[in-house]
Design a protein around this ligand. Structure first.
Ligand SMILES: Cc1cc2nc3c(=O)[nH]c(=O)nc-3n(C[C@H](O)[C@H](O)[C@H](O)COP(=O)(O)O)c2cc1C
Length: 173
């Protein structure tokens, strides 16, 4: 049975973390965007890990994405990806699930408090999921966007994501 690491990501930072987590878990895990994973199919999963960027201390909204698009700092900055479903809508589409689950987010500020991961854990619990591990936050630089995809992540965050994935894999084995 598969393990999904589902992500929402405007500039590729959360996507890069999701891929590193899946790599750490092992072959059974795959990183998928909210556009490429149908929440209704999550019933067949062994575990679910979901992640999103923190916007305004919680999950992105249509409004926060509009703000992100409007505040492009200069023309050298990459355009945000805005054509994929919001994580909050993806979670709304989840059926009743009795599987282990956890969450992560990318954020400028740590440690985890109110944030996207906390909102995701709440949604997973409301579907009957059990908490696989405490949620984790990964740090990005304080900029809205960079010239390349995934270039806001702070040094060492991808290794941290791989290591966390390995811990999750061990908990599931
Ligand atoms: C509209 C907007 C609101 C944000 N609000 C917060 C916030 O409340 N706290 C925080 O730590 N980071 C905040 N950030 C920074 C994002 O977390 C950062 O852009 C994100 O981690 C980049 O990930 P992505 O490339 O996957 O979209 C905000 C960013 C945007 C664009």
């Amino acid at each position: 049975m598969a393990i999904w690491v589902v992500y929402e990501s405007l500039w590729g930072n959360t996507a890069a973390v999701a891929h590193a987590i899946a790599e750490g878990i092992g072959d059974e895990a795959k990183a998928v965007s909210t556009a490429s994973a149908d929440p209704a199919e999550a019933v067949g999963l062994r575990a679910l890990i979901a992640g999103a960027p923190v916007h305004g201390m919680t999950l992105p909204t249509t409004q926060s994405i509009a703000t992100a698009t409007a505040h492009k700092v200069n023309d050298d900055h990459a355009e945000p990806r805005t054509d994929e479903p919001l994580m909050r809508d993806w979670l709304d589409g989840l059926p009743e699930l009795r599987i282990p689950a956890t969450a992560f987010d990318t954020r400028v500020r740590g440690p985890l408090g109110r944030g996207a991961a906390t909102a995701i854990i709440r949604a997973e619990a409301s579907r009957g999921c059990t908490l696989l591990a405490q949620p984790k936050g990964f740090r990005v630089d304080f900029r809205n966007a960079g010239p390349e995809q995934a270039d806001l992540l702070k040094e060492g965050e991808l290794s941290k994501a791989r290591a966390w994935g390995a811990e999750l894999g061990a908990l599931l084995s």
